[in-house]
Design a protein around this ligand. Structure first.
Ligand code: FE2
Length: 380
């Protein structure tokens, strides 16, 4: 199903077309392979308000890797680095730079999730493994998705420890305050030319997802660059994975720039939800997080486009927060500059006020902002 221009977009509260045979209870954690996990953890704590949760490394019996687990409300990030030369983590970092390796999904039964997905054609990453320590047992299995990204199925109903077996509680003196981030709203994958439909079909066939909404290149092309995007969601609507592919434009697509620097498909952005975007973004900005800005002319007619909103316009304009509306309500959103050295992954902050969509009305203003950054990098 492709939604034509001007056709109204209906977004179901949940996704009735999806077949929830897994089912997915939520995002369990996101693991990044990084060059220096200790310093990455400190960045996400100091700049992003994550709190320390768990640790695994030499002190807990690991020989070749270290992981720091940090948390803010329901969002858990795991930052993992190699402690030795060579090996899978270093190879991943060499190829991709710091980036998301695993989107771990919380399930009731990991072995059944593995069976249901691999029997539908998913490539195995990890057969179900039982992990145990004095706090109970957890089961983890995994499958491959786009690029070198994987999905892990985490079953933790019999586990009562701080994170997962093998991790010890991490309770340093430094306990930064939250900036109000609550949960992962969606995670977006960038895939190569003409690969969007292949990966949407993967999520439909292998994981029982259904498509929520699509943007074609007419919706989201600027003078120079373009992309296509479709949003896949599971049945209960807790997991939403938009998939982007590059489209032809006069100059290089921002998706192509990503693919070039990431060396293939991967996670483009994580969207984190807040209940008060003005407070959250003010806090992040004070702590050094850099956001994309739009020209102040964006705000001249934005209320004509989106109608009445609860917030004052002035602070939104001051912070560069974007506004969009769909049939069910409106949303406020803003995007950071890349949070890594390479122009690859960034983070979106989103506050939903009824809207179930993804800010389509902002895409043009946003992409023009991204192009100004690409111009400065000489990669447009
Ligand atoms: Fe997004």
């Amino acid at each position: 199903m492709k939604i034509q221009e001007n056709e109204s977009i209906e977004l179901p509260k949940e996704n009735p077309e999806a077949k929830d045979f897994l089912p997915l209870l939520g995002t369990d954690y996101v693991e990044l392979y990084v060059g220096n996990a200790k310093q990455a953890a400190y960045y996400y704590m100091s700049a992003w308000g994550f709190q320390p949760l768990a640790y695994a490394g030499l002190e807990t019996g690991l020989k070749d890797r270290v992981s720091y687990v940090i948390q803010q409300d329901k969002i858990r990030l795991v930052l993992t680095s190699s402690l030795v030369a060579g090996g899978e983590i270093n190879r991943h970092v060499d190829a991709h730079g710091d980036g998301v390796k695993a989107i771990a999904l919380w399930v009731a039964d990991s072995a059944s999730s593995y069976r249901e997905t691999t029997s539908r054609g998913a490539e195995s990453y990890m057969t179900p493994e039982v992990l145990e320590d004095e706090d109970g047992r957890a089961v983890i299995s995994g499958i491959h998705t786009y690029g070198e990204t994987v999905h892990l199925f985490v079953e933790r109903k019999d586990y009562h420890g701080v994170f997962l077996p093998g991790y010890s509680s991490w309770n340093p003196r430094y306990q930064p305050t939250s900036v109000g981030l609550r949960y992962i709203d969606h995670m977006v994958g960038n895939v190569g030319w003409n690969e969007m439909n292949k990966w949407c079909e993967f999520y439909a066939k292998v994981m029982g997802f259904a498509q929520l909404v699509s943007f074609d290149d007419k919706d989201i092309s600027t003078d120079y660059t373009a992309l296509m995007s479709k949003v896949m969601s599971n049945g209960n609507g807790r997991i939403k994975f938009p998939i982007n592919e590059p489209a032809d434009g006069r100059k290089k697509s921002q998706i192509e720039e990503y693919i070039q620097f990431y060396n293939g498909a991967g996670v483009q952005h994580m969207a984190m939800a807040t209940n008060n975007i003005i407070e959250t973004v003010s806090g992040l900005r004070d702590r050094g997080v850099e956001f994309l800005t739009v020209p102040s002319s964006y705000y001249d007619d934005v209320l004509d486009r989106v109608g009445e909103i609860d917030e004052e316009l002035e602070p939104l304009k001051e912070l560069g927060i974007l506004i969009d509306r769909d049939d069910e309500g409106y949303l406020l959103q803003i995007f950071t500059k890349p949070v890594l050295d390479r122009p690859t992954m960034f983070i979106e902050i989103i506050q939903r006020k009824g809207a179930k969509s993804f800010g389509k009305g902002n895409f043009k203003a946003l992409f023009e902002a991204i192009e100004r950054e690409q111009e400065a990098r000489g990669t447009l």
